[in-house]
Design a protein around this ligand. Sequence first.
Ligand SMILES: Nc1ncnc2c1ncn2[C@@H]1O[C@H](COP(=O)(O)OP(=O)(O)OP(=O)(O)O)[C@@H](O)[C@H]1O
Length: 782
Amino acid sequence: MDDDIVINLATDDFVAPRKTSAQKGGRWTDRLKAKRDYIERPEKRARTDKSSQPTSSSKPTAATAKPTQIISSLFTSNPTIETPKPAPIPKASSSKPSNAPVDSSTFEGLGLSPLLISHLSSKMGIQKPTGIQRSALPLMLPTPSNTDIRDIFLQSQTGSGKTLSFLLPIIQDLLPLSSLSYIDRSIGTLAIIIAPTRELAKQISDVLEALLKMRLRAEGELEGSRMTRWIVSGLLIGGENRTHEKTRLRKGLPILVSTPGRLLDHIQNTASFNCAKCRWLVLDEADQLMDLGFEETITGILKGLDARRRLAIRAIEEGKSTEVGGWDWERPRRTVLCSATIRESVQKLAGTALTAASSTSLTPPSQLTQKYVVAPLKLRLIIVFLSCTDSVDFHFNLLGSAQMGAEGTAPESEEDDSDEEDEEESEEGGDEPKRKPTKLADDAVEAKCPLLPDVAIFRLHGSLPTHTRMRALKGFAGGKDGKDKKKTTTESQPTPTSSILFCTSVAARGLDLPLVRAVVQYDLPTEGGATEYVHRIGRTARAGKGGEAWSIVAPSESEWAKWVVDKMVGEGVGLEDMKEKEREREKIDLRQVPIDSVLQSGFGGKGKEFEMRATEVQLAFERWVLRNSENVGLARKAYLSHMRAYATHPSNEKHMFHIRHLHLGHLAKSFALREAPTKVNAASNSKSKSSKSTGSSKWAEVKARSESNKVNRAKAGKKGKQTNYDSDVDSDMDLAENEKRMKAVVRAQGRLSRKGGVMARTDTSEFQIMGTDYLEKLVSGR
Ligand SMILES: Nc1ncnc2c1ncn2[C@@H]1O[C@H](COP(=O)(O)OP(=O)(O)OP(=O)(O)O)[C@@H](O)[C@H]1O
């Protein structure tokens, strides 16, 4: 399998829906289709914004020619989207991949141990160093000339081999200790690697274990134990039994890979965690780790390690130590900061900055093709994916269960006020055939999509339990889960040849899945701007391989393409010179592709046939949502969460990503919702009204908290700062739930000020987070 993400929803052999004129008898879907496709609706009140204008490209149809509108059509009432002029192919795209190994260099020439070189070559297929490895190894490998170099910052493009750049020097540094008779794993932890997500920590640990499997023996020795026998690696990522972790730590883990929270926990609370002799501290994705939210934890870790070291030295001085003698306590700890993107301020924290010679900018790998399509929101559903947690769950279930021609009914509840269209659905749903289960198990990680027979679908987000997240990643990457399933796949369930991973930004950084062919940003990042964009697209085009990045851009967001390129060039470290910036800009080839050509290649057919095919798929999705209240609930929740997430774009992006500019009707349609958005909110409100706690008491609670925040801020002398809530949070909505969600969003973004446990505006960005009332007003036009 060499393609792990596909972007087309249907292939050329898509079977066109049966044309029918039957009004009586036949399949329910045929009658419904005949009815719905040709129901003419009174013209909607015209929107005043230009986005409500019909496309210039859309030819007059029976519907558009008259002053009426087909409700289910995806291709009417769309905003005008300028068709891009074909851009010249930039010179850079024909040059050598920028993150590939460098032919002119060798590991021998960089001072790497022959034992490691031989293992890399024979067991891992790695022959030549990449640019960053060429820069880093001579300075980081243990030699008498570089003992003074303490903190190091490694910056290079995504997929350029930073992991080996720090793991190889650590291992080469520890290997000589093997000759000391007293050395075994009880020496404690000598190197710690911190990664921001569990998935990334696990991945680094896997690479480390692959390296430690080396049959390394001292030169000339054919027999005897491995030099790495005592270098046991450990992984601490939370979500696991603490007692079990403590036992492992007590036995000794010379190299530890961990997420920050769990590590701090053990430094503070596990007496038997011997980390006083730690020589290496690596912060992978350092910019994210140094950001607010993680910052305090990292500071706690640094202080904790220093304190442990001081205590150990004092114990030796006072003769109370059980430590073995002969340890070089004078040798300082070396800190390695590592990322593809990093702010200059963070870079300055490191004494020595090492970058791959090829580029210091925020640019993605040169061989990565970047494309974007400006799509009306309601058309997104038929293209591809990416979103917040609820949106991931919704799309995973939708794609994993919806089928062409499947039946639907109106939702079981909350539909007393269903509109004419819903009533039509209910009437026609009377003779529906037996339904298939419509929702996947809560812990399901893989689904087969009836619309995409050769595709396995996976999901990954931070609200899933750790073991589920790991299973998802393994399955997607073609690991055990995926492979086993392929063996048992029957004829009725064809072998998946491609995989799609629906995920949140939890998968944006560091994950190395070499077979990923394309990254599709169904939603652009709400947090992290161009930096997050570069990390996300960096999941493809790794180590010199090709890859494509697609971004789905709403008409109201169309300024984004220029903005993100400006940011990529402008935020590159050390790119002050205008000419240099211009050269960098030329290398970034982010080009717009007309939506028609994307749909045409996805759905096939002649002329505008793709419109009918796309509409059929949209209808299949809408029918799936209508099948039961659970599906409706998933869709509504995803829609509302999407709006909340959207509202967290920072204020300097408001001109492109303001919720006020979103076409909410189209947005609802992209979640396969037929209801007008007012109804989506109304349904949500009625649910919360029936919940135990009254809205008003919760409102009072939130308001009180908001007041207390103000007092705290005033006390702290932070005038002018405000909470991330607007003071007009709606009293009807489930405020506690709302608050929880908002907090989760903000915390996930690392912007929750831990001081006092309240959400406060941070110095680096001011969120658009606004009360539900405000969203409601926008939605209902009040
Ligand atoms: N010298 C090399 N030759 C060939 N492949 C390599 C070399 N070094 C590393 N790789 C491979 O390149 C891929 C990317 O490496 P790695 O994950 O370390 O990249 P990274 O720079 O950390 O990326 P990101 O910034 O996205 O975290 C891995 O599959 C790794 O095995």
